[in-house]
Design a protein around this ligand. Structure first.
Ligand SMILES: [Cu+2]
Length: 139
């Protein structure tokens, strides 16, 4: 009986820890992009294994956006996919480890548009590991 309660305790603790880890991974980091003097909305996004920071990018509709994707990984290549052609968004950009990639686009519709990394590792897709975010286009 003692064994079982001990086992249950460990099981409970394990579940709690997993839940906490999951909650931490799902944390959103919103960032409202400011319009610069030349009329472009510029933002730098840090690309890591397996996250984008910020992962909630807020921009204004019908104004150009320039995102600098900055990889801080040493080995793992990543990607930025944002595919909603009807909203002016069709991006599929690879980012080599430790490199930077610039993307520019102009969102033509308001709404929330999910972006993600389309790479797959030995243990599953980067998307499943939480490598995603939201572009929030406001009017
Ligand atoms: Cu990735």
């Amino acid at each position: 009986m003692k064994h079982i309660s001990k086992l249950l305790f460990f099981l409970f603790t394990y579940c709690l820890m997993s839940l906490l880890t999951l909650a931490a991974e799902e944390e959103t980091k919103p960032f409202e992009v400011k319009l610069s003097e030349d009329g472009v909305q510029r933002v730098e996004v840090v690309v890591d294994s397996y996250s984008f920071d910020p992962n909630q990018i807020i921009v204004a509709v019908n104004k150009p956006v320039e995102i600098t994707l900055k990889s801080v990984t040493k080995l793992v290549p990543h990607n930025f996919t944002l595919n909603y052609p009807e909203a002016g968004l069709s991006i599929d950009q690879d980012i080599s480890p430790g490199e930077e990639a610039k993307i520019t686009f102009t969102p033509t519709k308001t709404g929330n548009f999910e972006f993600h990394c389309n790479k797959k590792g030995l243990f599953g897709s980067h998307l499943k590991k939480g490598m995603k975010g939201v572009l929030e286009v406001r009017g």
